[in-house]
Design a protein. Structure first.
Ligand code: ADP
Ligand code: MG
Length: 684
């Protein structure tokens, strides 16, 4: 069965319609069959006239019991009649449809569907649809598909065309999953599923069909992703990188031992740098798990092999912080590390460009400034990006374009559930630092309501009197810019009034100029500010080990991901740290979230809860990770199907690495058709 024929082979689809369908991504019969309904509508049951509900749409079945009149009102005709069933009577009116008078003769019986309103001093049904009784009762249990439409493509046209496409294929669509697989995963047959998704017999059949098609989507997706990964694995490492004596010296110079997890991840990176495979790796490690030293080791390794390396951070504050800590680590090794950020003068920048090009600089750390056109490396072999989800796909690509297939290392502190890692990180290898350095104290976390505010103020004063510092994350209302500003400002005014006036309070918000923000962060960093009132701009990577108290107002506004990230700003030094979540919300989900935050500190554990607690939504910042949209599957609702499909994809590929065998030929073909459409969305 060739389902790859263009849609014009169907009746009623000519040039004009096929152009419109093209806009909807529908070119072939197969595309039409895979254009699934967005929802289903069921005919409403019939209501007795004595039981109709005001101001709602009702369906009644009755007889015209009153001579239908056309009444002229200003320049419009109003058609009025009365309908009766064995429980009562009701008026019905239509506007500008005078021809209805002939249809609605006394004794005529129809189903009427419309809104009941009190208007012109009477209760009436306004402009009801008039439906033949047989037709209505026949379809009362029928689930009518609702398709997403565009202008000039009507629901009837869509339903009709898809019906034709199904008839055209006459149950001859190729089943691409073997019987054993369908049995194992309890999946319906393909033809059946396609028919049922467009024209379900009932809810149960619809669910059965959906499960099969969701499974298909996840399977094709997982196959595609794994194949891309297989192919990127084939990119050859052109650099000649070998062991260096300084590696051991650096590790031994540290005031601590690397954790087992750090050693494991570092080995994975090192082995890859030395191998003949180009690196494309993500390092995931919770805040404070010690990713910086891993980055420093990789940078040193490459620099000592006489190549250049760079590291890009999303903000100037972070870039400078990395610059400072990495210089401290690598200076003693005689490595030349430089910083490049937007706020530097042209002269300073030009100097960097020059030294970079002629190879005097070994390691460059900076912000987006690194991907400006003028930046030219001599022999870039490693590009690291920190907090990668803050960068767009394009920016990451630009960075890697600065060299000839440099090794790519991406660091992220956003833990995501393992089951989703495959999808979110698509074609990258993933290393996980799943262990915290020893001796970290658990951040004591409390969830309280606003009646505790006085006690919290005393707590704040206590910490500050001990020499510590405090973050307060304060309400940001909706995403209105002015309100955000106002709430931070007025909140800090309020707290200044209330609190000992020796205590220095500052605020920071997203709408401030970068320089202002940097300034304030630097002063906070130098302990010149005691309390920093902030929106969530401080969320990313900043490190102020002297800050020990994090207060989050209106904690219900945040998901677990956000709360976890914010809490990670404290507990970064040797002092006992605390987090207070303030909320008056009685919502059960909010309560559960607060509970989880009080009990758990491991980001991966929290992310798994997040997945369970939420329906579809931005779980742990997944949107920022470039999560692909699925057509019918929903990774949150259908997580179990996703796991199964992933498992099967792995199994298939373990026997047939490139999906090239004869038996998988059609599956490969299906995958490619599905995948070419989505590939832009997922490729890094
Ligand atoms: P992140 O993973 O959030 O980037 P950092 O690299 O900033 O974490 O590390 C957080 C802190 O932990 C730093 O002060 C760092 O010196 C320290 N650290 C890193 N690794 C270890 C270790 N193995 N033992 C003790 N402290 C460590
Ligand atoms: Mg970090």
């Amino acid at each position: 069965m060739n389902t790859n024929l263009p849609v014009v082979v169907l009746k009623g689809i000519g040039d004009k319609k096929s152009k419109l369908l093209d806009k909807m991504g529908i070119r072939t019969i197969e595309n039409l069959l895979n254009y699934y309904p967005r929802d289903y509508e069921r005919n409403m049951p019939i209501t007795k006239i004595s039981e109709i509900k005001m101001d709602e749409i009702n369906v009644i079945e009755g007889t015209i019991c009153f001579p239908t009149q056309n009444i002229r009102k200003r320049n419009m005709v109003l058609t009025k009649t009365k309908i009766r069933d064995n429980t009562g009577e009701i008026f019905a009116i239509w506007f500008s449809q005078p021809y209805l008078k002939n249809k609605l003769k006394i004794g005529a019986k129809y189903v009427f569907k419309g809104k009941i309103q009190y208007k012109y001093n009477i209760v009436q049904m306004s402009s009801p649809q008039i439906i033949e009784i047989n037709k209505y009762s026949e379809s009362i249990n029928h689930l009518k598909p609702i398709y997403p439409l565009i202008k000039d493509i009507s629901m009837n046209f869509m339903t009709g065309s898809i019906k034709q496409a199904i008839e055209y294929t006459r149950n001859q669509l190729k089943e691409f999953l073997p019987n054993e697989v369908r049995e194992k995963y309890n999946l319906a047959e393909y033809n059946y599923s396609i028919r049922q998704i467009h024209d379900p017999d009932d809810y149960e059949s619809l669910e059965t069909a959906k499960k099969r098609l969701i499974f298909d989507e996840f399977l094709l997706f997982a196959l595609g992703i794994n194949l891309i990964k297989e192919h990127t694995n084939d990119v050859i490492n052109e650099f000649n990188i070998n062991d260096i004596p300084n590696e051991k010296i650096l590790i031994e110079s540290l005031p601590y031992d690397l954790t087992g997890a750090q050693q494991k991840v570092w080995k994975e990176i090192k082995d890859e740098l030395k191998s003949n495979k180009a690196m494309n790796r993500l390092v995931q490690g919770d805040v404070g798990s010690g990713k910086t030293i891993i980055a420093a080791l990789a940078l040193l390794y490459v620099a000592d092999n006489n190549y250049q390396a760079c590291m890009m951070a999303p903000t100037e504050v972070l870039a400078k912080q990395h610059y400072n800590s990495i210089t401290k680590l690598l200076d003693p090794m005689g490595v030349n590390v430089e910083l490049l950020v937007g706020s530097m003068t042209k002269k300073q920048k030009d100097e960097i460009y020059k030294k970079l090009k002629n190879g005097e600089i070994s390691i460059l750390i900076g912000t987006h400034a690194l991907i400006q056109e003028k930046v030219e490396f001599n022999n870039l072999a490693l590009a690291i990006t920190d907090e990668q989800h803050r960068f767009g796909v394009k920016q990451r690509e630009n960075l890697s374009d600065k060299g000839k297939y440099p090794h790519i290392l991406v660091m992220s502190a956003t833990p995501i559930p393992r089951t989703l890692a495959l999808i979110v990180y698509s074609d990258m290898d993933v290393s996980i630092i799943d262990e915290m350095p020893p001796g970290r104290q658990k951040i004591e976390t409390y969830a309280v309501n606003t009646s505790y505010r006085e006690r919290i103020y005393s707590f704040i004063e206590g910490e500050i009197n001990n020499g510590r510092q405090v973050y307060i994350i304060c309400p940001m209302v909706e995403d209105s810019e002015t309100l955000e500003l106002e709430s931070v400002v007025s909140y800090s005014d309020k707290i200044k009034e209330r609190i000992d006036n020796k205590i220095k309070v500052e605020y920071i918000h997203g709408k401030m100029k970068a320089k202002e923000k940097n300034d304030i962060m630097e002063r906070f960093s130098n302990n010149e500010i005691d309390i920093l009132v902030s929106t969530t701009v401080i969320e990313v990577g900043v490190n102020v080990p002297n800050a020990t108290l994090m207060i989050i107002e209106n904690a219900e506004r945040f998901g677990l991901a956000g709360l976890h990230q914010l809490r990670g700003r404290v507990g970064r030094g040797k002092y006992k740290s605390y987090c207070v979540l303030i909320t008056d919300s009685k919502n059960t989900i909010t309560k559960k979230r607060m509970d989880i935050m009080c009990k758990h500190t491991d980001g991966f554990v929290i992310s798994e809860y997040d997945l369970k607690l939420r329906g579809p939504g931005d779980v742990f910042g997944l949107k920022q990770h470039g999560l692909p949209e699925f057509i019918i599957g929903d990774i949150f609702r259908d997580i179990d199907i996703l796991k199964e499909a992933n498992g099967l994809a792995k199994e298939i590929l373990s026997n047939d690495k490139y999906l090239e065998s004869e038996e998988n030929k059609y599956l490969n073909h299906k995958m490619k058709r599905y995948f070419t459409k989505r590939i832009e969305q997922i490729s890094l």
